[in-house]
Structure formats: C-alpha cells, structure tokens
Write a protein that binds this ligand. Structure first.
Ligand code: BG6
Length: 519
C-alpha cells in the first residue's frame, strides 16, 4: 500500500468500544492498515464503553474479531503484539459521566506531551444512535470539539429516523462542530469498487459520451442479501429496508453513477455534484407511492438447504410487525442527462443471493440489420459494476458465433480486481479511517446530502404508512415479493439475475457448445 502522509500524530477515541462494530470492523481495519504500513507512526487508540471489561478482556475480544475479520486472516502473535502498542486504554464509563471526558482530555494531553506534538483527535461514535446527542453535548462541554483543525467527530448511521430527526441531529452537531469537523460514515463509499465508479467514469474518455439518456435505457442498483436480521431485530424494527439501505447506501451509489463530472477530485466539489443528483430526483407523490415502489417482508423459507424462520419469528421482532425487509423503488432524475431514464433500486434481506451491483443498460441499436433468427431473444448491451462480493466490471455485447451463417450471441469483456491487481481490495473501514485521520471528507456524507436523501424517502414512508401490506409476502431464499417483480415488469423490463464474474459458460446457449449440452 502506498504510505499515506500523516502530518500529525493521531488519537482515535472510540465511544462504544465494547460493541460489535469495534470488534468486527474498526479494529480489524486498523490492524490491516498497520500491516500495510498505513497507520500513522504516532497513533493511539482509546476505547470506552459502559460495559464492564478489563483491558485484558477488551484486547482478547479485539483479537478474536481481528482473527475472524482481518483481510490477512488469523493474526500472528509477533505482529499482534507490535500492533497492541497502539492501544492505549479501555475506560469503563457511562457516556453521560462528565468525568469520562475529563479523563480523555487528560490522556490526550499526556500523549501530546509524549509525542511533542498536537495530535489529531477522532471521536468515533460506535454507540447506539440514542446516545449521540448526549455525546455531542459532553464533547462540547469538555472543550474537546473546539479545535477546528484537529478535533473531528466520526458518526455512524442512522442519521435520524426521518427528515425532521435528521435535521435536528444536524442542528445539534452544528452547535458543537463546524461541518468540516464532521465525518458521517456511509461505509459503502469506502468500498474500492464504489470509488472505482468515479475512476471508470471520469478517468476514461470512452464512457462519458454515452452515459446519458440518449444511450442509456435504464439503470439498476441491486443489493439483495441472503442474511436475515440476525441479532439486530430491535434496531431493524425501527428502520426497515428503506431506511437501512435505500436512503443511504443505494442512493449514494446512485449519486456516483449519475453525477456530472467534477472539475477537481476534491471533497466539496465531488459532494456538490452528488447533492445535485439528489436534488434533481423527481419527488414521488404520496398518492403515487404504490406505482413507484414495492415492499415486502420475508416469511419462513430455505437458505442453502436450511430452514430459516420468517422475519416475525426473529428475536426482538414484533410477531405482528409490519416492518419491510424488502424495498424496491423507481426514481427519475430530472435533468438534461437523465430525463425519463428510470433508476430501479432494490434491496432485501433473506433473498436468494447476496450481491451488490449496478448495471447500466443501453438502448438497442437504432436499426437491426440482422434477421431475428440471428439474434434470438435480444439482450441489452450492459455494463455491470460489481461491488460485492465480487469486485470488477463486465461489459456485455453481441458477437458472431463461430461457424457458418450469421448467428449472434451476447459475450462479455470483464475486469476483475483480483486478477488485475493480484491483491484483495482494502476493506471499506480501512479507507474511511485513514481518510478521517488525514481529514479528507470526500467519502463522507455532508449535511445537505443527508437532508436531500431524506426528502426523497419521506413521501414513501408516508404512503406506506397509509396502506397496510399483507405481510409476509415472500419466502426467505427467494427473489422477493411479486409486487417487486411487477414494479419493473410494468415497464417491460426485468430485474437482472446476478452473473458471477469469470463464468465462461454464461454467454453460450447449450446448443452452441461443443457436444451441445451444458456440462
Ligand atoms: C449496513 C446495514 O449498513 O449494511 C445492514 O445496516 C447491511 O443491514 C449492511 O447488511 C450491508 O453492508 P455490507 O458491506 O455487508 O454489504
């Protein structure tokens, strides 16, 4: 990894350090950064949580998490011991206790003295959202938010539960921090493949000329997941698929796909272009919500040969719950580039497969000179951006099949990260933590982006609340409810089935293969 330049020492203070996020994401990411030479030379982590745990148990928990989730696999003792030098302390305290902040302040002073420099301080909120406002007040009262250059707050979603609470949270943040000090995480933006959307579009001259309504028929942003809600029932009951995924991850990916070219690769220039997309989204009238959206909730079903319970039977979930675990939305972006091109966004829990992909589907050739028998059933040319779990790009187009006569088949050109670069892409949290340390906010959400995406989903929330749906309406392990299929079928289109990268068989119909049969 290219070594980042850290102008100052960095202290990361994690609030909620005893929880899952620290164990599964933050510390494995820090460890991976460390192994890659991407941590500042002068770096310290202070963890704090109300959970009673000795520093030894804290470290044990972090190692377990790192063994499981590090990109480099199980930790080696020598490297782990060296990494541990970065872990300064685990403080058991209630976040509402003023003394905790005095203690943190004191520790920061000690570290500054030891390093003979004024460290950047990142205050990372890895707590449940209910305590965020209190945390902001305490940081402000302790004077920890004051330094506009060196004090930063990093926040996890959700940023509110609706437009009002998001605006309220933003107002609260603004009482203590300047916007330049606030780093709102949408972890999708840290994924290499999501960042690569910008590289693909704006580092190359060949895509941009056809990236608009003249050539693009429609765009699909598809993020089904096989996982259910696991132990997150109580949280998910309050969010549902629309708030959990569409309002943030899918809309952010849509912004990168649809935005105009920035004049410079700078945080605010890029974020300005993204927010223009959100503001151009055609508002959905509450009365029309059912023409533009579909929602679902999974019932019992089968995943990988195992029977799994329905959402209403999951722990922490109301047995009569009407929370949606599936959401599909059709949006239009009213501007010169995209007028009348539908963007279909879909996500759901307990679906048949886990994938994140964006596909840009191009209009057919204006005149087809080949007889219908040469082509068979026509497939649109399409460019698929694979975000997860596979990472790459595939371009599908027609080619002549070998042999006599003019028979055409769709074929693929593809790029796979692993094959091209011979390494695993960095995990999203590595990138995001490193960027927050150097103060680069490009991949973080600005206040206006958060408020603009809530404005888009509010009529949907309202429309859904007016009419109850007959839940559950899809079985676990399937592709979601019929209403989701109907949403896109009404327009004469269909959701694309994910196709694995590097599947050499996928283009060829069985009769075209030697031997004539699929192996
Ligand atoms: C989180 C959602 O933000 O993103 C989860 O709360 C979802 O419900 C997850 O499963 C998906 O992220 P990833 O990186 O695992 O694809």
């Amino acid at each position: 990894m290219e070594k980042l330049q850290y102008p100052d020492p960095v202290v990361l203070v994690i609030f909620g350090a005893g929880g899952d996020l620290t164990k599964r994401k933050l510390v494995p990411a820090l460890y991976d950064l460390y192994l890659d030479g991407g941590l500042p030379d002068k770096f310290a982590l202070i963890g704090t949580d109300a959970r009673e745990m000795s520093p030894k148990d804290f470290i044990r928990q972090l190692r377990d998490g790192t063994d499981e989730f590090s990109r480099f696999g199980k930790t080696e003792t020598k490297q782990w011991q060296a990494f541990l030098k970065c872990i300064n302390d685990y403080v058991v305290a209630d976040l509402t206790d003023r003394k905790l902040y005095e203690k943190i302040s004191q520790k920061l002073d000690e570290l500054n003295q030891q390093w003979q420099g004024n460290a950047v301080r990142l205050f990372y909120q890895a707590t449940p959202p209910s305590v965020v406002e209190g945390l902001i007040e305490q940081l402000k009262a302790a004077g920890l938010a004051q330094d506009r250059q060196k004090s930063r707050i990093v926040l996890e979603k959700p940023f509110g539960w609706d437009a009002n609470s998001a605006a309220e949270l933003n107002r609260k943040l603004a009482t203590a921090f300047d916007e330049s000090q606030i780093f709102r995480i949408d972890h999708f933006l840290g994924k290499e493949t999501v960042q690569n959307i910008l590289a693909l579009r704006f580092a190359n001259g060949i895509f941009e000329p056809i990236w608009d309504r003249r050539y693009v028929d429609h765009v699909q942003i598809n993020m089904p997941e096989k996982l259910g809600v696991e132990h997150r029932g109580p949280y998910y009951e309050k969010t549902g698929a629309l708030r959990d995924m569409i309002e943030n991850h899918l809309m952010q990916v849509m912004c990168l796909t649809a935005m105009d070219a920035p004049v410079a690769f700078e945080a605010d220039t890029i974020r300005d272009k993204k927010v223009e997309v959100l503001r151009a989204v055609r508002p959905i009238e509450v009365a029309q919500v059912h023409d533009f959206t579909a929602r679902g909730q999974y019932g019992p079903g089968w995943i990988e040969g195992e029977k799994v319970p329905g959402y209403r039977q999951e722990p922490g979930v109301d047995p009569q719950s009407d929370t949606e675990t599936y959401a599909a939305v059709k949006l239009f972006i009213d501007n010169w580039r995209w007028q009348d091109v539908p963007f279909y966004l879909r996500t759901g829990k307990r679906m048949a497969q886990t994938v994140s992909e964006v596909s840009i589907n191009f209009r057919p050739a204006p005149h087809q000179a080949f007889p219908p028998s040469a082509i068979g059933s026509y497939q649109m040319n399409r460019l698929v951006l694979y975000i997860d779990p596979e990472e790459g790009i595939r371009l599908r187009f027609y080619a002549k099949r070998p042999g006599q006569g003019m028979k055409l088949s769709p074929v693929d050109m593809q790029f796979s990260y692993k094959q091209a670069f011979h390494r695993e892409p960095a995990q999203a949290y590595e990138t995001l933590l490193a960027d927050a340390m150097i103060g680069d906010a490009t991949l973080f959400k600005r206040r206006d982006q958060v408020e603009a995406s809530w404005a888009i989903v509010m009529p949907i929330i309202e429309g859904w609340s007016e009419v109850a749906e007959d839940f559950p309406n899809y079985a676990a392990g399937t592709w979601g409810p019929e209403t989701g299929e109907a949403l896109i079928a009404r327009d004469g289109r269909a959701w694309q089935m994910p196709t694995p990268l590097n599947d050499p068989d996928v283009c060829e119909p069985p009769e075209a293969r030697p031997g004539g049969e699929k192996a």
